[in-house]
Design a protein around this ligand. Structure first.
Ligand code: N01
Length: 498
């Protein structure tokens, strides 16, 4: 058996899952590059008050590490981060992680990948796994005068933990999932709270029941109960949301009815009208949670839907000339999406750059690999079903698929493997044909839409992703022997023994 050297880019939930997968297969020769100081990826970066996950805890976890101790049906952010850290520790991953280390370039050098970090260090690998997340680079709109604001100002994913909020005048710009969660958390404590809305969002009510000591004891005593709960919640969410996004039917009607009924929590008819979207629920990413609309019953909480004109030292000036004075402005304005592992510069066979190949829009073979980039596998890559499925489920499916190839390499079946152009083109043609039938194309602007005008999403039932990646279709892959590869391996083996 050969020993593969594996680079993983990112120590978030997918990178940790891949590291654990390698460790369980007895492979220790891997390095995880993490640009932040800690483990958790998005759950490390996002540390704003009121952060919750709106996917049920029992299916937002690794299948191989069921957690009996979730405190609620929907977990608070810090609990998810602690869970991912614990799984990393349980698999002894920290010793393989280079923290505060950003990968700059990944270059194919005849027989292997050379990974170069921003500090100039290089290391060679046989495989590269990208696990860099989908919502990473923050997006701050270029509002005139933004820099001149005299108070505290930051993006929701770059939270300044020492910022005082209680008794302060706080503005949140943006009404996505983050804006909603911030309103619930800060609305009750600020002396004045204003939510700046450009586009109203549909909000699906959720009840976040706590799990008591009995439920935790049962889950600890009977691990199969946790596995059953995973399956149960997976079926519930994929059978409703996962289907509603790809075709019309009772699931779509049910979600729409719940969102519309929820609006009646808003007592003031004028406010209700201003908060009612003019597109179908689910076209933009659904905002989910209870207790949001109720905040606007407080005399200190208000919605501002007059467009922002500019920002000046004292606060935000709207197009009607009104100055909204603030102590703190939070930009809950989302992320630059459709970037995946970019801006890492990947240079593949024949000098092909991933940035060029992905212009205007990233595409992959079945979400996991790109022709011309041998032995590179992507977790949460282009068109992954993140609108239909838990990210843990997706990345575990993809990690298992990558692992299958790594094991084939260990057995010496090939030196390099990459999907063919023909198979990749056929897959993306089918994908483009199917996308217009989905909810994301029904007339709204959202972060799902790529530069080609199509949603960068998965247009089929979530199960189909696992089916497509259950076994590689060998005719879709090009496997090669590389001159010099065996000699290098033998030399390293001898060196290792001597
Ligand atoms: O970001 P968003 P987010 N002036 O892009 C507004 C996940 N997530 O951080 O709709 C005024 O959704 C923009 O307005 P518009 C989840 O997948 C999950 O909230 O473009 N406003 C919009 O309202 C989510 O989808 C959880 O007109 C401006 C907002 O900013 C994704 O992260 C929790 C503006 C951006 O909304 C991103 O959510 C939190 C401007 N110039 C997040 N520019 C879970 O619970 C932008 N906006 C799992």
């Amino acid at each position: 058996m050969r020993t593969p050297r594996v680079a993983i880019i990112g120590a978030g939930q997918s990178g940790v899952g891949m590291g654990a997968r390698l460790r369980r297969a007895g492979i220790d020769t891997f390095r995880i590059y993490e640009m932040r100081a800690g483990i958790g990826g998005t759950w490390h970066a996002n540390a704003y008050p009121g952060l919750f996950c709106d996917v049920p805890s029992r299916s937002y976890q690794y299948k191989f590490a069921p957690n009996p101790d979730w405190s609620r049906l929907f977990s608070p952010g810090p609990e998810i981060r602690a869970y991912i850290e614990q799984v990393a520790r349980d698999h002894d991953l920290p010793r393989n992680i280079s923290f505060d280390t950003e990968v700059e370039t990944v270059t194919w050098r005849d027989t292997e990948w050379e990974v170069r970090t921003t500090t100039g260090d290089t290391e060679a690998f046989d495989f590269v796994i990208t696990a860099a997340g989908a919502l990473v680079r923050t997006r701050t709109p270029a509002i005139e005068g933004l820099e001149s604001f005299a108070g505290r100002r930051f993006h929701s994913a770059e939270w300044e933990q020492d910022a005082e909020l209680a008794g302060k005048r706080v503005a949140v710009i943006g009404t996505g999932s983050t804006g909603m969660q911030l309103t619930r958390a800060i609305g009750p404590i600020a002396s004045k709270f204003e939510l700046f809305q450009r586009t109203p969002q549909w909000v699906l009510p959720l009840i976040n029941i706590p799990y008591g000591p009995v439920a935790k004891r049962i889950m600890r005593r009977f691990p199969f109960a946790n596995q059953f709960a995973y399956r149960f919640w997976q079926r519930v969410t994929e059978g409703t949301f996962g289907v509603a996004v790809i075709k019309a039917g009772w699931q779509r009607r049910l979600i729409a009815a719940l969102c519309r009924a929820h609006l009646h929590v808003i007592r003031d008819p004028d406010l209700r009208r201003r908060m009612t979207p003019d597109y179908l629920p689910g076209c933009k990413r659904l905002v989910m949670g209870g207790g949001f609309y109720q905040q606007f019953r407080r005399s200190t909480v208000s919605l501002v839907d007059t467009p922002i004109d500019r920002i000046e030292p004292r606060g935000i000036v709207t197009a009607d000339g009104v100055l909204h004075e603030q102590d703190v402005i939070v930009m809950a304005t989302g992320f630059s999406t459709n970037r995946y592992v970019l801006p890492v510069e990947f240079v593949g066979l024949g000098g092909t750059r991933l940035t060029d190949r992905w212009n205007p829009q990233p595409e992959a073979y079945r979400t996991v690999a790109v022709p011309g980039f041998p032995n590179v596998f992507m977790l949460i890559g282009p068109h992954s079903p993140f609108g239909n499925q838990s990210l843990f489920t997706i990345s575990e499916t993809q990690a298992d698929f990558a692992m299958g190839w790594i094991e084939g390499w260990q057995r010496g079946e090939f030196d390099t493997v990459a999907p063919t152009e023909a198979a990749t083109e056929a897959f993306n043609r089918d994908l483009r044909d199917a996308l217009p039938g989905t909810i994301w194309t029904t007339g709204c602007d959202s972060w799902y839409i790529g530069a080609d005008g199509l949603p960068a999403m998965w247009p089929w039932p979530p199960d189909r992703h696992a089916e497509m990646l259950a076994q590689p279709e060998l005719g879709h892959w090009s496997m090669e022997r590389v001159n010099g590869h065996e000699q290098r391996q033998r030399a390293e083996h001898v060196e290792g023994r001597s």
